[in-house]
Every structure is written in structure tokens, then in C-alpha cells.
Design a binder for this molecule. Structure first.
Ligand code: FES
Length: 180
């Protein structure tokens, strides 16, 4: 058994300790916002935060994250109102969306650690593969998110959530305890 916190809730996985965190999140906790792309640590689609730092969930076992605080895209904000989410929408830095959750988690970790990241710091932190080619817009969006997080910018262009967070939780009962 492996105990950790996922999106603020205590979780115990009755899985082999070497199980990739990605599989535990997606297949057991039903947190499918974290995407499975390459499975080899290259694409970044599976990025989550472990104790606030970006981590490739396909390359980290649950045993390695025992006792940590894991945050997925579902736990980053209640209403998609994190500055990175707002800025990506406002700057059109989302295309097909498959890689977006991983990028958002990495960018949120970046601006949490570096309040005013340079292009070089953004490029170093966001090594994700995006087949749609949003990288040039990403830099602009992440710089804007950093400004918004620091209160120097206001982002009004992002659309409101399409569904209520409570409705979504009922429809996709992620992290509902498994009854024995
Ligand atoms: Fe983990 Fe690609 S699925 S880096």
C-alpha cells in the first residue's frame, strides 16, 4: 500500500510500489486530465506537480512519491481560474489540447518558483512536445500569467467554465473511495 495526497485528499493505492504514478492517477483515481503520451518521459503530457515541482508522472513510481502532495490539473484550480489557465486561453495558446494539462502544470510550477521568468527559463521549464506548435504563444502566455499572478495584469478574455465544478465532480467521481 502506498499513501500520498492527491489534490488535497489522502489516498492509499493498493498497487505495486513500482506502478507509474500516471497509471495510478488515470486508472485508479480516474484523474484523466493527466495525459498518457509517450510513456518515456519525453513529451510532457503526463506532467503533474509533486510537492509543487513539475514531474513526469509516467517516469515516477507511486513508491517514489509516497508521503508527498501530488497535484493534477483537476486540483490546480476550482474553476479553471489559475493565471496560467486564464492566460493560455486568452493568448490562444491552446490548440488540440492534448498536451495542455501537462504544460499548464509545468508552467504553474515555474511561475510559483520564478515570479518573472525569462524566455530562457520558460524554454528550460516547458520542454513539452506540442504537435500543434503553440510554443511561441506559450512564452507570451506564461509571461502574462506571471504578471497576472503578481497582480500586474488582469485577464478577462478567458471563457467561463462550461460546466459547474460540482456537476463535473458528480459526473466523474474522481477519488471516490473504493468500497471493500
Ligand atoms: Fe510522460 Fe510523455 S507520457 S512524458
Amino acid at each position: 500500500m502506498t499513501a500520498l495526497s492527491v489534490n488535497g485528499q489522502p489516498v492509499r493505492y493498493h498497487l505495486a510500489a513500482e506502478t507509474p504514478l500516471l497509471f495510478a492517477l488515470r486508472d485508479v483515481s480516474n484523474l484523466t486530465g493527466t495525459k498518457y503520451g509517450c510513456g518515456t518521459g519525453e513529451c510532457g503530457a503526463c506532467t503533474v506537480q509533486v510537492d509543487g515541482k513539475a514531474a513526469r508522472a509516467c517516469r515516477v513510481s507511486i513508491g517514489e512519491v509516497e508521503g508527498t502532495f501530488v497535484t493534477t490539473i483537476e486540483g490546480l484550480s476550482r474553476d479553471r481560474d489559475h493565471p496560467v489557465q486564464q492566460a493560455l486561453a486568452a493568448e490562444g495558446a491552446v490548440q488540440c489540447g492534448f498536451c495542455t494539462p501537462g504544460i499548464v502544470m509545468a508552467a504553474a510550477a515555474l511561475i510559483g518558483a520564478v515570479p518573472d521568468p525569462s524566455d530562457e527559463q520558460i524554454d528550460a521549464a516547458i520542454t513539452h512536445l506540442c504537435r500543434c506548435g503553440v510554443q511561441p504563444r506559450l512564452r507570451r502566455a506564461i509571461r502574462r500569467a506571471a504578471r497576472a499572478a503578481g497582480g500586474e495584469d488582469a485577464i478577462l478574455a478567458a471563457p467561463p467554465p462550461g460546466i459547474d465544478a460540482a456537476d463535473a465532480a458528480r459526473a466523474v467521481p474522481a477519488l471516490t473511495p473504493i468500497r471493500k
